[in-house]
Design a protein around this ligand. Sequence first.
Ligand code: FES
Length: 327
Amino acid sequence: MVVHNLLPALSRPTSTLSLRVRAKDVVADGVVSLVLDHPDGARLPDWTPGAHIDLVLPNGTTRQYSLCGDRWDPYSYRIAVLRERAGRGGSAYVHDRLKPGDPVGVGGPHNHFPLVPADRYLFIAGGIGITPLLPMIHQAELMGIEWHLLYGGRTRESMAFREELAQAHDDRVHLGPQDECGLLDLAAWLCEPLPGTKVYCCGPAPLLAAVEEACAHWPEHSLRTEPFTAADRSEPVRRTPFKVELRRTGRTVTVTSEVSVLHAVRRAGAEVLSSCEQGTCGTCLVPVLEGTPDHRDAVLAGHERAAGDCMLPCVSRSHSDRLVLDL
Ligand code: FES
């Protein structure tokens, strides 16, 4: 069973830090890493393995990237960016135009994919999905907890950080370039549920689906994945307009069926970061003070939806005539 993890504190800031690109390096075919720091050398907000940031590029686009550097270094963040051939231009900008010294905005860090205690870990990565798992591996190593990594990719050259991993962690890292070995042998690794083991998987949707299926007979909550599944595309509960009150700014807007809650509140002057605008990344999470959201995202777990105290306004709407947001 897939567990979409608990969201962090709801009072997260909607503002961004002004950082700069300290270094940019090619780390695999089609993948560059960026090291970001504060222009004044100031400390950066703390983070935990599995966390991501919202990167606001100089051209105004926002994209999410997992932090994959040393969480004990308070002065820099490292991320890795895959060039998305079918993307909307964010990764192309990073690859082709962004250079050391350039300013970037950074929102977060946020963590929807935290490392929970376990007797041992099995990490499964596909391609750029290695990034949130790297700090988890370092954390497991630090705590002396047994772990293994299954890491697949199109080709060996396309697999970022493979040398860093193989050198540091020898026989616990199992590399599986598809052109050499075929698909990862999930059946061999997952046929026998291991009590006390947590399986963390990040990668493309087919890999997540295959791991989910292979873990179907494992104890509940054994598997944790990043929420890459598509958001709910069914009809919203109500087609009629509803009101959204922005409690902190004291404004109220009417949301019709033609507009998202996100765009309506932005028009009213609220600053809310967004990235995917499809309900799959979690960037636009806002706290709900009153009213009942109609959750249409792929991020919140069942109990988080039931709590009704937060929503993703890029896709989610309202059951009630009125929603009050902490904005
Ligand atoms: Fe990605 Fe709303 S912007 S979930």
